[in-house]
Structures are given as structure tokens and as C-alpha cells.
Design a protein around this ligand. Structure first.
Ligand code: OAD
Length: 245
């Protein structure tokens, strides 16, 4: 697919760039998205039973089994061409912030530095009572449900669950990046989950251009300046190559 020259010029002349990413960014690494295919994580599962504080209270072993399996799959995966291209693009502009809804750590493993983990981090444990960060006692968990060594409450994965607020410092940082960017590349997100799906419009209101990179139409497709239909692992490296030429 030929890339719009106007978009390439816009990226080339950008001083500040935001990349707003979702599960589709890691799809080419073999990790399942949440929605859209029979493999997707929410296709035949109920998020209420796996990713809420009530789920942890009701069946902590089930919640931990599921999250440990996600950790195992994320660790076994390797960053793909799209992650690498984001690192390349970031090096070509003065300031690039990547706001990701992904909790898999693949962007950081690809070498990305200015990453806002909007929905937290799968590899961090938190106390379910105080929300403080807890270093797991052992690399290989032995208990079915790990507990806080300070207060004894069950630990929880350090990800944002359904119905929970985004950490205020994280939200502020993300909004500030969108408020002061020249453009946003929205990559691999269905844009169905708030408040992440409102960030592109924050940037738009501040005068930024928006480009969507996704093989499928999303809730924001009709309100962006450029729609690039295809896989992130093809399109992002193509943009980086053109800028490098
Ligand atoms: P979704 O699963 O909702 O959407 C994934 C998007 O990636 C879809 O629009 C796909 O078309 C697109 N996609 C698939 N393969 C792609 C590829 N190779 N290249 C580019 N795009 C591709 O995932 P998110 O939008 O990230 O929240 O989901 C948002 C949030 O919902 C997640 O962070 C998670 C979930 O519930 C929490 O856990 C709080």
C-alpha cells in the first residue's frame, strides 16, 4: 500500500510525536488481541471473572492462573518489526512519547524509552489492600496466590482492571503529551476502551494531525486525517524507511 506523501511529510517535519498503541501492536509477536478474532482474549471469557477486584476476591487462584499464563506468553514472545520501527521513528524526532495500553513490556524490550504504560505492567505485583508495589518473593512463584509480606493481603497483578481509574500521574502525563504533540500515530487499538480512546481527540483539539494504522475500521477511523489499512509490522517500518531515505 503506497503511503500518503502528506503523512510522510508530516512525520518528517514533526518536532513532537505521540504513538498511541494497543494490542494489535503485539499481534505480529503472536500475542492475542482482546477483541475481533476467535483467538482474542475476551472472545469466550468474561472479563468480570478475570480482571476485576471482585474476581480476585471471588476466585484468586483463577485470576492468578490466567495472569501467570499471560506473563508466560508475553515473556516467550519477542518484539516485532512494528516495535522496532517505533524505536527508529522516536530517534528521528525531537520528542516521541509512546502511550501504550499494552502491559506486555515488548516496547521496552525493543528499546523504547519514553513509554507511558497506560494500563500498567503485567510483571509488577501490587498489594490488593494498599496498592503499593511489591517485589515478588521468588522469581518462580510457589504459592497459588501470592500474599503481601507487609500486611498479608493477596497480591494482584499491576495492571488496570475493569472499572478502575487510571493512575492520576499516568493520566496527566499522557494528556500533557497529547496536548503538546504535532501528530499522533494510533496503532493497533480498537479504540473502544475509555479513557485511552479519548487521547487522540485531546491531541486533535490541540491542533495535531492523527493517523490510524490498523487492518480494520475502528470507532475513530472516521475522525482521523489518515487511515492506513494494514498490519503495523508492515506499515510502521515502511514509514521509518521512507524517513530514513
Ligand atoms: P483490541 O483487541 O480491542 O483491539 C485490537 C486492534 O488491533 C483491533 O482494532 C485490530 O483490528 C487491530 N489489529 C490486529 N492485528 C493488527 C496488526 N497486525 N497491526 C495493527 N493492528 C492490528 O485491543 P485494545 O484496543 O488494545 O484493557 O484494547 C484496549 C483495552 O481493552 C486493553 O488495554 C485491555 C482491554 O480490555 C484493560 O485490560 C484495562
Amino acid at each position: 500500500m503506497p503511503l500518503p506523501a502528506e503523512l510522510v511529510n508530516r512525520v518528517r517535519s514533526a518536532n513532537a510525536l505521540v504513538v498511541l498503541s494497543g494490542a494489535g501492536l503485539s499481534a505480529d509477536s503472536g500475542l492475542a488481541t482482546f477483541r475481533g478474532t476467535a483467538r482474542s482474549l475476551w472472545h469466550n471469557r468474561r472479563p468480570e471473572e478475570l480482571a476485576t477486584p471482585a474476581a480476585l476476591a471471588n476466585d484468586p487462584e483463577l485470576v492468578w492462573r490466567w495472569h501467570r499464563e499471560r506473563r508466560r506468553l508475553a515473556l516467550a514472545a519477542t518484539p516485532n518489526r512494528a516495535h522496532a520501527a517505533i524505536v527508529e521513528l522516536a530517534a528521528m524526532v525531537n520528542r516521541c512519547v509512546t502511550i501504550t495500553q499494552n502491559v506486555d513490556g515488548l516496547l521496552q524490550r525493543a528499546g523504547a524509552t519514553d513509554v507511558i504504560e497506560f494500563h500498567g505492567n503485567l510483571f509488577l505485583d501490587r498489594c490488593s489492600r494498599t496498592n503499593s508495589e511489591c517485589v515478588p518473593e521468588r522469581a518462580e512463584p510457589t504459592a497459588a496466590v501470592p500474599h503481601c509480606t507487609q500486611c498479608g493481603a493477596a497480591l494482584r497483578p499491576g495492571v488496570v482492571w475493569f472499572g478502575e481509574m487510571i493512575d492520576s500521574a499516568v493520566l496527566e502525563h499522557a494528556v500533557a503529551a497529547c496536548d503538546s504533540t504535532d501528530g499522533v500515530l494510533v496503532v493497533g487499538t480498537s479504540a473502544t476502551v475509555a479513557p485511552a480512546n479519548a487521547l487522540a481527540s485531546v491531541a486533535r483539539r490541540a491542533g495535531a494531525w492523527i493517523a490510524e494504522i490498523n487492518p480494520a475500521e475502528t470507532t475513530i477511523s472516521r475522525s482521523v486525517d489518515h487511515v492506513l489499512r494494514g498490519q503495523a509490522g508492515d506499515i510502521l517500518p515502511a514509514i521509518a524507511d521512507l524517513l530514513d531515505a
